[in-house]
Ligand binder design. Structure first.
Ligand SMILES: Nc1ncnc2c1ncn2[C@@H]1O[C@H](COP(=O)(O)OP(=O)(O)OP(=O)(O)O)[C@@H](O)[C@H]1O
Ligand SMILES: [Mg+2]
Length: 363
């Protein structure tokens, strides 16, 4: 629980300085893949005794731009490696769709680059259809200018190699990009170029990033790799959030507020006190009296829940209204999914509200 709060704190809130805009670059687009890009079913991944992922199922569709989030060590890189085919799952299946050409950018990019090849030459091989001046302009965006472009790749430092590998991915013919923390070695200008390239990319992208600016600009769906907080020997699960990153964060921040209240002093008893009431209504005399600190925490949580309920109601109404206007089968499907998630949240908030109210009445 604590780690989630830390995770939220860690998200960078970058102010964008006024500087010269990134030069425009026209990116070649890859041939399209089939509609289903990956289908994962009942996948588990274990390294020896260590269970990293457990019973994970989801589908990635053509054109998805997915932000893969989760605390350190949750298994994000592991999932990316599995999706890229670098590793095989311990159990379960992972099926790539038709004509899917995947390109993988590792967190520590040790991609095999020919050490003797010169940068511009190597780039030209990857993207024979792109004019040399465009390749140079792209490399310029990634901070390689002048004579740099004639350097043999072998002499690049680790950071430079990462930057180069990203530039290279942008002109490749892959239609499924798997990017593990791609912005780590980029300055703002290069980040903008990457952002623009991915935003215009007609293929499918899944990326791991802790960079708010990047995720906000790109993530259309959020997959969260979540560790099992009750039993650390179990593997992580993957939760799919149909909304964008802002929707996801809003939910998390709502959750974090409650967690912050619960962790100020004695966190667990609050949860227990609430849990007592949840399975079945208990007779008033059986209800455990809670101390003033816990009481205050419950009151704070109740206030937070009361503020969240009308917000969710508003969203449900919006989604219902939108569903009333037919756009396309895909849009109807998407809205139905969003609506189902919202209704679930609405129901659980209402239950929580009732439980808290009852507990507070009795104390
Ligand atoms: N090859 C391996 N052998 C054994 N354990 C591994 C291996 N790769 C990863 N792990 C373990 O699996 C867990 C998940 O690691 P992973 O690198 O996928 O997490 P992550 O979510 O990418 O973390 P971070 O945010 O720090 O990059 C960690 O506990 C890690 O130690
Ligand atoms: Mg990682």
């Amino acid at each position: 629980m604590q780690s989630r709060i830390k995770e939220l704190d860690k998200i960078e809130r970058i102010e964008i300085p006024l500087e010269e805009p990134a030069p425009h670059f026209s990116f070649p687009q890859p041939p399209p893949s089939g509609r289903t890009v990956v289908e994962v079913a009942g996948l588990s991944m274990q390294y020896g005794e260590k269970r990293v992922l457990e019973n994970v199922s989801f589908t990635i569709e053509r054109g998805d731009r997915i932000a893969l989030v989760g605390v350190n060590g949750a298994g994000k890189s592991t999932l990316i490696r599995l999706l890229s085919g670098q590793e095989m799952p311990t159990t379960g299946t992972l099926k790539l769709g038709h004509n899917v050409v995947a390109e993988y950018f590792a967190q520590d990019q040790y991609k095999v680059l020919d050490p003797a090849a010169r940068m511009l030459e190597d780039m030209g091989r990857v993207a024979p259809k792109v004019a040399e001046k465009d390749l140079r302009s792209l490399l310029g965006c990634f901070l390689f200018s002048g004579d740099d472009v004639f350097k043999p790749l072998g002499v690049l430092s680790g950071g430079e190699r990462n930057r180069y590998a990203l530039a290279r991915i942008l002109v490749s013919t892959a239609n499924f990009l798997l990017l593990d923390e791609p912005t780590n070695h980029l300055d703002l200008r290069a980040k903008d170029v990457l952002l623009e390239a991915i935003a215009k990319f007609t293929g499918t992208v899944i990326f791991v990033s802790h960079d708010r600016y990047f995720i906000d600009g790109l993530g259309q769906k959020v997959f969260e790799v979540e560790r099992n907080l009750e039993d650390s020997s179990r593997g992580s699960q993957v939760h799919v959030f149909p909304g964008n990153y802002e929707d996801y964060l809003w939910r998390k921040e709502g959750g974090a507020q409650a967690l912050a209240a619960a962790t100020t002093a004695a966190a667990k008893p609050v949860v227990e006190a609430v849990a007592i009431a949840s399975p079945e209504p208990v007779a008033a005399e059986k209800v455990r009296r809670v101390n003033p600190i816990k009481l205050r925490q419950m009151q704070e949580r109740l206030a937070a829940v009361e503020a969240e309920i009308p917000r969710i109601e508003g969203w449900v109404a919006e989604a219902e209204q939108a569903l009333g206007v037919y756009v396309s089968p895909e849009e109807t499907q998407r809205l139905s999914e969003v609506l189902a998630v919202l209704r679930e949240q609405q129901a659980s908030l209402n239950i929580e509200w009732e439980e808290l109210s009852m507990q507070l009445e009795e104390n």
